[in-house]
Design a protein around this ligand. Structure first.
Ligand SMILES: NC(=O)c1ccc[n+]([C@@H]2O[C@H](COP(=O)([O-])OP(=O)(O)OC[C@H]3O[C@@H](n4cnc5c(N)ncnc54)[C@H](OP(=O)(O)O)[C@@H]3O)[C@@H](O)[C@H]2O)c1
Length: 270
């Protein structure tokens, strides 16, 4: 199988104005890829400045496309805009995400709904839309930024963990269906990472679980994600400890014990 070279490729990254998406955009630009970067319209200026900085530093084409992915037609509008500006997207990085921390019964219904729209519906729609073109071209990659939260219930951010479990299952199943087409779907599954997602979502400053998982650095996560992408790893959980916990240990634990552990370990500490 020929190597999927990133130089000169067109890459779309959603949620590239901060955190992991912003760091991923730097890594892809360093590989010589041309980028289309998305964000929420409220961060338009920030993203445009970042796009100009990347284009200047790495001599690649970078454009900014601020579209609200929680809008009913947000993903479709993003697809249409992209199709008008480039002939094809070689790599789709589904990364934009939101989190709300708290008891399910106390988080407003509209917050649950917008989370599902951004973390689930937008990923699914963009995958489906761009994949059709990739299959026709006989080549393409979709990198879904998921989370280690995909592998077990996440008490106090139940909808967030559920949204990640949905995308994990979807990605792995679709990747199997795509065998022989030249198109592949990968997931990147970091554990808790120091980005605005946690602050904005009201995540506690400290939880007991950080003693096991640590709190990762987004730049380090992005470097590891690109390395795994180039090695064509279908599912990648960075860090030995997190990999061991989420792919081995939790499969051996009784479900009841796992859920109690999740409630206890994900509670805020003073
Ligand atoms: N931080 C963690 O602990 C962690 C761990 C594992 C996985 N992840 C996943 O990593 C991905 C990136 O998150 P992050 O931690 O880097 O958080 P972040 O810095 O908050 O980045 C999230 C990005 O999503 C964008 N976004 C949010 N709502 C949007 C909307 N309605 N329409 C369009 N764009 C929207 C944000 O744009 P604005 O800034 O313009 O709002 C931002 O660019 C997410 O999928 C997250 O679930 C995060």
């Amino acid at each position: 199988m020929p190597k999927f070279n990133l130089k000169g490729r067109n890459i779309l990254i959603t949620g590239a104005s901060s955190g992991i998406g912003k760091e991923l955009s730097k890594c892809f630009a360093a590989e010589g890829s041309n980028l289309i970067l998305g964000c929420h319209p409220s961060e338009k200026d920030v993203l445009e400045r970042w796009a100009t900085e990347l284009a200047g530093k790495y001599a690649v084409k970078v454009s900014a496309l601020p579209i609200d992915l929680s809008d009913d037609k947000g993903p479709e509008n993003l697809y249409d805009f992209v199709k008008r500006s480039v002939d094809r997207i070689d790599v789709l990085v589904n990364n934009a995400g939101i989190l709300h921390y708290g008891c399910f019964s106390e988080i407003p219904l509209q917050d649950h709904e917008s989370l599902v729209k951004v973390n689930v519906i937008a990923y699914l729609k963009l995958m489906r839309l761009f994949m059709t073109d990739m299959i026709k071209a006989g080549e393409g990659r979709i990198l879904n930024v998921v989370s280690a939260a995909a592998f077990q219930p996440t008490v106090y951010h139940a909808t967030y963990g559920s949204s990640k479990a949905f995308i994990q299952s979807l990605s792995e199943a679709v990747n199997e269906e795509l065998k022989g087409t030249g198109v592949k779907v990968f997931t990147f599954n970091p554990s808790y990472t120091k980005t605005p997602l946690l602050n904005r979502g009201g995540f506690p400053v400290r939880i007991w679980w950080y003693r096991v998982s640590g709190l990762s650095d987004p730049a380090d996560m992005a470097l590891k994600a690109i390395k795994a992408f180039k090695k064509e790893k279908a599912v990648y959980i960075p860090g030995f400890r997190n990999w061991f916990v989420h792919s081995i240990l939790i499969r051996l634990m009784p479900r009841k014990f796992l859920n109690t552990l999740s409630r206890w370990a994900l509670r805020g500490e003073c």
